[in-house]
Design a protein around this ligand. Structure first.
Ligand code: CP
Ligand code: NVA
Length: 301
């Protein structure tokens, strides 16, 4: 069974095939209405369950639209409305869903929930974000970088802000696809120790972005963080805002990315989000294409 649980658990050659497939499918649809089917229908007859235990706009819509473009059918399930949210075990849920659907995408809190779902499901499981990682996002980010600037291998990416789940997947990608990743942020918000070997830490944000090909940030307070942490985090992270002063230290043709949703004027200024370095709308669009390729990879179609 081919799950897509994390970038560092996926072979680099498979990651490259997924990226190439996403690119080819994007090119193949150029100019078509979003609702028009793809020429090829590799998901014809397939049923895809999309489970959300946290809010989502991009992941929900892009998986749903992507599966349908490839001929699949989808059902979007809220974790709270399922028995899963009322005491049924993850293992039992996985076994039952496997009798109805061909593919499961889940966005959840604990990584253990995702892994248990994958252990007990008899169909492939895709990680649609956990507290610990967000691999689908970073596949779209790499695709976006390469579509604008060519191979990411050997390039310098800099993350400014919280060392969170999205950062962890960036670190997994840096290891697997061989690019440099610098984290700049306050020590209390350092990344997961499990990814430290694959990154460099530089506390001074201005030094960190020197010569960067790509600058990335994300919200200062993630969905799994307590809202009570908000004020403290804002104080800790204020100096790591991506703004014109920071961006001008990067290479003149550096790209700016953000997985979205953004909090304008907190982690990034509108000047940068809407400015010439920013590729955030292509990045959001590429969720669709990259995830279509991930679904095909999982189903072997
Ligand atoms: N970037 C991302 O995963 O967005 P959603 O939370 O809207 O799915
Ligand atoms: N780090 C954010 C990403 C949202 C797509 C969160 O987990 O809330």
């Amino acid at each position: 069974m081919t799950h897509f649980l994390d970038i560092h658990r996926t072979d680099p050659a498979d990651l490259r095939r997924i990226l190439d497939c996403g690119r080819a499918m994007k090119d193949g649809r150029a100019g078509r209405p979003r609702g028009a089917p793809d020429d090829a229908q590799p998901l014809a007859g397939a049923m895809v369950a999309l489970i959300f235990e946290k809010p989502s706009t991009r992941t929900r819509v892009s998986f749903d639209v992507g599966a349908r473009q490839m001929g699949g059918q989808t059902m979007v399930l809220s974790g709270a409305d399922m028995q899963l949210g009322h005491g049924e075990t993850i293992a039992d849920t996985a076994r039952v869903l496997s009798r109805y659907v061909d593919l499961i995408m889940i966005r959840t809190f604990e990584e253990a929930t995702l892994l248990e779902m994958a252990d007990y499901a008899e169909v492939p499981v895709i990680n649609g974000l956990t507290n610990r990682s967000h691999p689908c996002q970073i596949m779209a980010d790499v695709m976006t970088y390469e579509e604008h600037r060519g191979p990411i291998k050997g390039r310098k990416a800099v993350w400014s802000g919280d060392g969170n789940n999205v950062f962890a997947s960036f670190a997994h990608a840096a290891k697997q696809l061989d690019f440099d990743l610098v984290f700049t942020g306050p020590e209390p918000l350092d990344p997961d120790p499990a990814v430290r070997d694959w990154i460099t830490i530089e506390r001074d944000p201005l030094k960190a972005v020197e010569g960067a090909d790509l600058v990335v940030t994300d919200t200062w307070v993630s969905m799994h963080d307590p809202q009570s942490a908000k004020e403290r985090r804002h104080n800790q992270l204020r100096g790591y805002q991506v703004n014109a002063r920071l961006m001008e230290r990067a290479k003149p043709d550096a790209l700016f990315m953000h997985c979205l949703p953004a909090h304008r004027e907190d982690e990034v200024t509108s000047e940068i989000m809407d400015g010439p370095h920013s590729v955030i709308w292509d990045e959001a669009e590429n969720r669709l294409h990259a995830q279509k390729a991930i679904m095909r990879h999982c189903l072997g179609v």
